[in-house]
Design a protein around this ligand. Structure first.
Ligand SMILES: *Cc1c(COP(=O)(O)O)cnc(C)c1O
Length: 224
């Protein structure tokens, strides 16, 4: 848990090098891949260490935890961005919009309605990604692959340009490259600029397939 500042900085440097390498190998501009540092379960001190090293974009999977760690840091780091990357319950939407800049896990009509209602009420303009369950795994959140196109259109009708892209977490055992390729193609079909895919174990594969956003926890902050 107690990750030192130099350690986080070194690890971030290594990840940035690996991202740049993967992008160049794919003929892509390294600047087109955004790093989301996933700080879930790690203490606020770990986030502060990453901020001190220049990392401004973070991911958390629980609203409650994010609401405790992040708002106090906003005054000192106004450029900081927080992404919610975990499944979202409709009764947490209001709190989620208060703390997060990007919601990566819109995956069902009821959540779309709750988001639209609270966005109108709060007058905010969050970035929103549609999560696709590319492996159609019963226990995993995300809209099923076969319903993704219709659901994305519904989301775009309701939230317009706030719908920025798509996100997926491929099945553990599968070859993730085919899931990543499918998601990138899906984003392209809907003219969506953000493709959020790839974690500590497979982000280079994701970049080769077109990821514009990678979500990396363990390789930066250590094991949870
Ligand atoms: C935890 C988590 C990550 C980061 O996973 P690591 O393997 O630690 O890099 C990425 N995406 C989501 C949705 C997560 O929940």
């Amino acid at each position: 848990m107690g990750v030192s500042v130099p350690c986080v900085k070194d690890r971030l440097d290594i990840i940035h090098d690996r991202i740049a390498q993967a992008a160049r190998s794919a003929g892509r501009d390294p600047g087109d891949v955004r790093l989301v540092a996933v700080s879930k379960t790690h203490p606020q001190a770990a986030v502060v260490a990453a901020l001190a090293a220049g990392q401004m974009c973070f991911g958390e999977n629980r609203v409650q935890e994010a609401a405790q760690k992040f708002p106090p840091l906003r005054a000192r780091y106004p450029q900081m961005r927080l992404h919610l990357i975990g499944g979202l319950q409709t009764n947490k939407v209001r709190e989620a919009l208060g703390v997060a800049d990007q919601i990566e896990t819109l995956d069902r009509p009821a959540l779309l309605e709750a988001l639209a209602t609270q966005i109108a009420r709060l007058g905010c303009r969050p970035e929103v990604l549609v999560q696709v369950n590319t492996g159609d795994e019963p226990q995993k959140s995300g809209v099923p692959r076969a319903q993704a196109d219709d659901f994305i259109r519904l989301c775009q009708d309701r939230l317009g340009a706030m719908i920025r892209g798509v996100m997926c977490i491929p099945p553990h055992h599968d070859d993730s490259a085919s899931h990543f390729a499918w998601l990138a193609e899906c984003a392209f079909r809907h003219s969506l600029p953000v493709v959020s895919m790839g974690m500590s174990g497979d982000f280079e594969t994701a970049i080769a397939q077109g990821a514009t956003q990678v979500r990396i926890g363990t390789a930066i902050f250590g094991v949870r």
